[in-house]
Design a protein around this ligand. Structure first.
Ligand SMILES: NC(=O)c1ccc[n+]([C@@H]2O[C@H](COP(=O)([O-])OP(=O)(O)OC[C@H]3O[C@@H](n4cnc5c(N)ncnc54)[C@H](OP(=O)(O)O)[C@@H]3O)[C@@H](O)[C@H]2O)c1
Length: 287
């Protein structure tokens, strides 16, 4: 059993259009190898995270599964308090291949169900998301996935998916941070009831040293990371900051003892620019 920390207990739940509730802060586990991820997820669960963001493409689902089992979150009452997300590899999109991939992923994670299953990239140049979605719906109907989501979908991809399936995803996970705010995408999502989840919420660390976050942090007696993550929280965005360090995991969860002023929001909003930290969904495939 783990002790619920003060910070973990304060994380709000965001209600999604399918009725499920997701913790607004989760831990990302990209770029951590399969062996290394086990202690990282264990420490996150111990400091109070109840939401883990994984993917087949991170090649570490086995290590995540070992952590869930070790700390007692793979089954029983603690499992019900955990939100586990994973994503389908682009190369496994399609109806039959998605179903086969999901079986393998669930086994690696040592779970009976996942809370959210996501299409990782839209690959509009090799579009199979309509067929993939039909497999996702079957998994949801079977009770093996609770919520269906996508990542990196632009409005044109969301329209295409809706046209083929009659559904919008519940969540769209996109790159989003002060220097890459994607306002057109977030406005579209909000208009259509799609929750926005920010990946690389600190631009992989690049947005921490631009001066503005440091100045605001000094006023509140917090860190630049906390200022940026708090900005996301107050915007209603779900966030999945990644850290392998226990102290930073605690820091990234400890966002509820201060609030930003309107003027501070305006200063961070004004940082928006043309600088993505990751890839262009129109052309990229993770494979
Ligand atoms: N769907 C997609 O296509 C997609 C793409 C990219 C990412 N993601 C997801 O989003 C998650 C987060 O994104 P990300 O990992 O790219 O970027 P991020 O969370 O913005 O930044 C992570 C970087 O910041 C450092 N860091 C973390 N907390 C810090 C703190 N309090 N102070 C200073 N530095 C800190 C981390 O280093 P340490 O680890 O050394 O602390 C790491 O280098 C990923 O892990 C993944 O789950 C999804």
């Amino acid at each position: 059993m783990t002790q619920e920390t003060q910070a973990g207990a304060q994380v709000p739940m965001v209600r999604l259009h399918d009725g499920n509730e997701i913790p607004q802060v989760g831990l990302g586990v990209l770029r951590i190898d399969d062996e290394g991820v086990t202690p990282v997820v264990e420490s996150a669960l111990q400091v109070g995270y109840r939401h883990i963001d994984g993917a087949a493409g991170y090649d570490n689902e086995g290590g995540v599964g070992r952590a869930l089992e070790e700390v007692g979150y793979a089954s029983g009452p603690q499992r019900e308090r955990l939100w586990m997300t994973t994503k389908l590899r682009d190369s496994e999109q399609g109806y039959d291949s998605a179903l086969r991939a999901f079986d393998r992923q669930l086994g690696l994670l040592r779970l009976d169900y996942v809370d959210m299953y996501m299409i990782h990239w839209p690959t509009p140049f090799d579009w199979r998301s309509g067929e993939t979605w039909k497999a996702f719906v079957r998994l949801r109907d079977e009770g093996r996935v609770r919520t269906l989501g996508v990542c990196n979908f632009m409005p044109s991809d969301l329209e295409r998916l809706h046209g083929e399936t009659g559904e919008y995803p519940t969540v769209n996970q996109i790159e989003l941070h002060p220097t890459w705010q994607q306002r057109e995408v977030t406005a579209y999502c909000r208009e259509h009831g799609i929750a926005v989840e920010a990946y690389s919420p600190m631009a992989r660390g690049a947005d921490l040293a631009n001066g503005v976050a440091e100045e605001i942090a000094a006023v509140h007696g917090v860190t630049p990371a906390q200022v940026i993550l708090r900005w996301h929280i107050e915007n209603g965005t779900i966030i999945i900051p990644k850290s392998v360090h226990r102290d930073r995991q605690e820091e990234n969860l400890d966002l509820f003892g201060f609030a930003l002023t309107d003027e501070e929001h305006r200063r961070i909003d004004a940082l928006d620019g043309p600088t993505r930290a990751g890839h262009d969904p129109a052309t990229f495939s993770y494979a």
